[in-house]
Design a protein around this ligand. Structure first.
Ligand SMILES: CC(C)(COP(=O)(O)OP(=O)(O)OC[C@H]1O[C@@H](n2cnc3c(N)ncnc32)[C@H](O)[C@@H]1OP(=O)(O)O)[C@@H](O)C(=O)NCCC(=O)NCCS
Length: 159
């Protein structure tokens, strides 16, 4: 695990790694993946500053794709660790790297959505100091039906 490097995702990196990122998203058995290469590669505010990718020898082991939602908030769109590397601390390293950059930029909030039925991720976020700020029924698209939690972490709190 030590040879896995975390690098800031650039637009060129997104283009280079997008097939591997999509493969990892496609391996998700809980929710069908609605993302295409275009979602990975598209420019969004702050995306190439707050997003990271975990790689070794050009192989993607995990990624955290984020963008700036407003002056004080960075939103996590997707955080995934390759199924072979779950539970080795990679997800935590990806979040920690993003938080370091947020702290430099005086970002005070991190937000994300997750399905409550996605128990592993849900409990994992709570363990990392995130809190549920709202829950809602999400049923506008066939591949996304269920109760969704809007989860936030205030960076003023330590964990
Ligand atoms: C959620 C996810 C990113 C976590 O990544 P990971 O690399 O497996 O997690 P880590 O190894 O960094 O976990 C770090 C800590 O959380 C703990 N942990 C792991 N899974 C946990 C769980 N389900 N509940 C509570 N704690 C958990 C670990 O024991 C470890 O604790 P420690 O630091 O005290 O030893 C990963 O499970 C994943 O990719 N899941 C599939 C995709 C997904 O659901 N993404 C989120 C979509 S919203």
């Amino acid at each position: 695990m030590n040879n896995i490097e975390l690098i800031t995702l650039s637009k060129d990196g997104a283009i280079f790694y997008s097939d591997q990122i999509i493969d990892i998203l496609d391996s998700d058995t809980i929710v069908s993946n609605p993302w295409t290469r275009q979602n990975v590669e598209i420019d969004l505010p702050g995306k190439w500053r707050y997003s990271s990718i975990a790689v070794s020898e050009d192989k993607v082991h995990g990624f955290c794709i984020c963008s700036r939602k407003d002056l004080a908030t960075v939103h996590i769109h997707k955080i995934y660790v390759h199924p072979l590397f779950l539970g080795y601390g990679l997800g935590k390293r990806l979040i920690a790297k993003m938080i370091d950059v947020c702290m430099c930029d005086e970002i005070t909030n991190i937000s994300l959505y997750t399905f409550i039925s996605r128990k592993t991720a849900y409990n994992w976020y709570l363990k990392l100091g995130f809190e549920v700020s709202k829950t809602l029924d999400f049923n506008t698209r066939a591949f996304m039906i269920g109760k969704v939690a809007i989860i936030k972490r205030n960076l003023g709190e330590t964990n």
